[in-house]
Design a protein around this ligand. Structure first.
Ligand SMILES: [Zn+2]
Ligand SMILES: [Zn+2]
Length: 327
């Protein structure tokens, strides 16, 4: 699976010389299976450059899927500027958590009301289908998708994507359910344990790491993780690589370098093979199966007590794969 980061900044776009290396655009990641299925996770301001790239690739039409983690601005602001949605002949499916009382489509249309933007969602030239999601599983062509509610002050989903024998998990934005876990190691129980199971064995975990453990006490309840928590839960969940992302807007490139260097030094000292790095805007990763890995497994296979239901809350054109047989 090919992964490319188009936006790695959290909360607000932060262009400028101090963020030039890791990038100033907000959350957006492109994933492509070997067969060519295109999935974009979140469409913050990084979605603008991705859209330009897709339009300039020369294809007659662009077919893709956008998974929205939640509808905070830094995860959707690129949608009105995502060119492939405006060209006729293109076909897109947009998925996101089923909000309280408002559909995903209505929420996205809200930021394109005339007061804020000159073109409405209905004027997009592409054929667009909207899918309100709950926790569960469904397939996008050859990519198996599982969803899991995150701990954030908005209805938010993490996404586990499995294809080509590898697993990539994207979790932005998320705060530990048990807040002491953000600042010190502790036994994972309850919701945190269930969360670790969702991450289990990922070849790549792309995770919100906005704060440090030192900064966290002033940010309790803001809905974000500390880097220390992400590394600890990644080790527990036997994740192979972690891309720290959703970089704090006040964190400059040198500060990110220092944080990553410290994490790597600690992992080396403890003899851990976990690879941790900070996601860089435009960075490309090819995720290939490791020798030790068996066939990709779904969240359901280790969530013995969790009922995996179809993730889409409304009837749609997609044929759902029912995975109760795994239970
Ligand atoms: Zn965010
Ligand atoms: Zn958020």
């Amino acid at each position: 699976m090919r992964v490319q980061f188009w936006g790695t900044r959290g909360s607000i776009a932060k262009p400028g010389s101090s963020t030039a290396r890791y990038g100033g655009n907000t959350s957006c990641v492109e994933l492509r299976s070997a067969r060519g299925t295109l999935v974009i996770v979140d469409c913050g301001t990084g979605g603008h450059a991705l859209g330009q790239e897709l339009m300039s690739a020369g294809a007659e039409s662009v077919r893709g899927h956008i998974l929205i983690s939640h509808t905070h601005w830094d995860h959707i602001q690129g949608i009105p500027f995502f060119a492939p949605l405006f060209a006729s002949g293109n076909e897109w499916d947009i998925y996101g958590p089923n909000g309280l009382g408002q559909s995903l489509r209505d929420t996205l249309a809200g930021q394109m009301q005339y007061t804020y933007f000159p073109i409405t969602l209905d004027q997009c030239g592409a054929k667009i289908r909207y899918h309100d999601l709950v926790e569960g599983a469904f397939d996008i062509d050859d990519i198996k998708v599982s969803t899991h509610y995150l701990n954030h002050p908005a209805l938010t989903l993490g996404y586990r994507l499995e294809a080509d024998g590898v697993t990539v998990v994207y979790c932005c934005d998320h705060e530990p359910h048990s807040r002491p876990l953000a600042t010190r190691r502790g036994t994972l129980t309850g919701q945190d344990l269930r969360y670790a199971e969702f991450l289990h064995g990922a070849d790549l975990l792309i995770h919100d790491a906005q704060y440090t453990a030192e900064e966290y006490p002033a940010k309790v309840g803001w809905g974000h993780s500390s880097i220390e928590y992400v590394v600890n839960i990644g080790q527990y969940a036997e994740v192979k690589r972690i891309a720290l992302t959703h970089h704090d807007p006040i964190r400059d490139d040198h500060a990110i370098d220092r944080l990553v260097a410290n994490v790597r030094a600690r992992l080396r000292e403890s003899g851990s093979s976990l690879d941790v790095f900070a996601a860089v805007e435009r960075q490309v990763l090819e995720i290939i199966p490791t020798h030790t890995q068996g066939p990709a497994r779904r969240a359901a296979s280790f969530q013995a007590k969790i009922s995996i239901e179809p993730a889409q809350s409304r009837v749609s054109h997609l044929r759902f794969s029912m995975h109760q047989s795994h239970l």
